[in-house]
Ligand binder design. Structure first.
Ligand code: NAD
Length: 421
């Protein structure tokens, strides 16, 4: 087994899926290990003239179904173990959506808030210099992740163009529109989750006006709240790192969005339209129909899973429900739409960006929305049917769905000639 506890915990999902599908043992053995993880030390010049070094990684977990795809995270707690676990998830997420990609991930161990803009640019460019032999439009395609954004992707795309001597926008996604970014990338993660809930709501017995609680009011959280509110659903609670607000009659979404635009916590809206401040931890136990974790990992755990009142959990965050909490929720009849399906709208529109870059032909927003909806509904429906026919959770069904595609590709390649570095 890999010597990586984080990856070990992710592999529990693989073992679970393998019980429900007849796949060759070679396939499982191959998927237990990353194909390659490269570690470098980036050395950059700081504004005061000194030099500083930062650890950085790029993992290509599995490339059987296509070039590896996955974001680059800038975080002080980044580690090789975390990068490999996230790359494993990306492998399954891309397979769930039937995107022609394998899974990858990258990271730099840095707190980007401590760097000036010029230092951040030098760090981003040095990442691309260090990994330019691994990264490539047909080999490994990064994207933004925690604390990286379109500006950083633009710098990296520019650096890559200088290295290879020609514009090569398909090397990275999540770029600014001016450099070949796609329309519709900003809200893609939330929009994918929204299409999924809308499509399955009748099957889930949620066809009326729903009450929604959103944990984490950042990119994904703000967009999902807006999309659901536009359809007439009621947002009854939201939280951010500064606390949470609740109103059984429905929160004033405009006031919440305005607070975030002003750089404030959602708690700054306390008192408006009956907004009542509650503890951030209490958000998961608010009386609602749909709970949307859109903040961090492991937020629903053994300590609070039994208090969840929602009938549906839509995982916009990656890994917000621990495996133990999953069991508690399942016993209580709470349906969890798992991260590798529910938040896959982001990587799907990244795929659209890559396709447009390769074609040199750019689509209208409406076309992007239609294509995203088609894929979310198609894969969501298939996983729903699988979960019903096998009497398994949506999470296990999503892993089975992805594993069958991965197994087919691995077997088609032949399992003899792989090497793990
Ligand atoms: P973000 O940084 O824009 O927002 C995160 C939000 O969570 C912030 O409002 C922050 O204040 C809040 N938060 C932090 N700690 C909290 C706590 N203890 N309690 C409540 N709220 C807390 O990030 P994002 O891009 O919206 O991503 C959120 C999650 O969705 C992450 O898990 C990310 O990996 C996942 N995700 C995002 C995308 C995307 O395209 N943005 C794609 C796939 C998955």
């Amino acid at each position: 087994m890999p010597e990586n506890n984080l990856l070990d915990s992710a592999l529990v999902r693989l073992d679970d899926a393998a019980k429900h599908i007849n796949v060759d043992a070679d396939v499982i053995e191959k998927l237990k290990f990353p194909r390659e993880t490269t570690k470098v030390r980036l050395m950059i010049r700081m504004d005061d003239g000194s030099r500083k070094s930062f650890l950085a990684w790029r993992c290509r977990y599995d490339d059987t179904r296509g070039p590896t795809k996955g974001g680059i995270r800038f975080h002080p707690d980044a580690s090789a173990e975390e990068v490999e676990m996230l790359a494993f998830w990306m492998t399954f997420k891309c397979a769930v959506m039937n995107l022609p990609y394998g899974g990858g991930k990258g990271a730099v161990q840095v707190d980007p808030r401590t760097l000036s803009k010029a230092e951040l640019e030098r760090l981003s460019r040095s990442y691309m210099q260090a990994f330019s032999r691994i990264i490539g439009p047909d080999r490994d395609i990064p994207a933004p992740d925690v604390y990286t954004n379109s500006m950083i992707m633009g710098w990296m795309a520019d650096e890559y163009a200088q290295i290879v001597g020609q514009a090569s926008p398909a090397v990275i996604t999540g770029k600014p529109i001016a450099l070949g970014g796609s329309l519709g990338r900003g809200d893609a993660t939330a929009r994918g989750g929204y299409y999924l809930v809308r499509h399955l709501s009748k099957d889930l017995g949620l066809d009326g006006r729903m009450r929604i609680a959103v944990q984490g009011f950042g990119n994904a959280g703000q967009y999902i709240a807006s999309l659901l509110a536009d359809d007439g659903h009621k947002i009854v609670a939201v939280s951010d790192s500064g606390g949470a607000v609740h109103s059984a009659n429905g929160l004033d979404l405009e006031a919440l969005l305005a607070a975030k635009r002003d750089g404030l916590s959602v708690t700054a809206t306390a008192g408006k339209n009956g907004h009542e401040v509650i503890k951030a931890d209490d958000l998961v136990s608010v009386d609602c129909d749909v709970l949307v974790p859109a903040a961090l990992e492991n937020m629903i755990h053994t300590g609070n899973a039994a208090s969840v009142k929602a009938r549906l959990v839509l995982e916009l965050a990656n890994g917000p429900v621990t495996p133990e909490a999953d069991e508690i929720l399942a016993k209580r009849g709470v349906v969890v739409l798992p991260d590798i399906l529910a938040n896959a709208g982001g990587v799907t529109v990244s795929y659209f960006e890559w396709v447009q870059n390769k074609q040199g032909y750019y689509w209208e927003l409406e076309e992007i929305h239609t294509k995203l909806r088609t894929i979310m509904e198609r894969e969501g429906r298939a996983i729903w049917e699988l979960s019903l026919s096998r009497r398994i959770s949506m999470r296990t069904a999503a892993y089975v769905h992805a594993l069958s595609r991965l197994a087919e590709a691995i077997e088609a390649h032949g399992t003899q000639n792989y090497f793990i570095s």
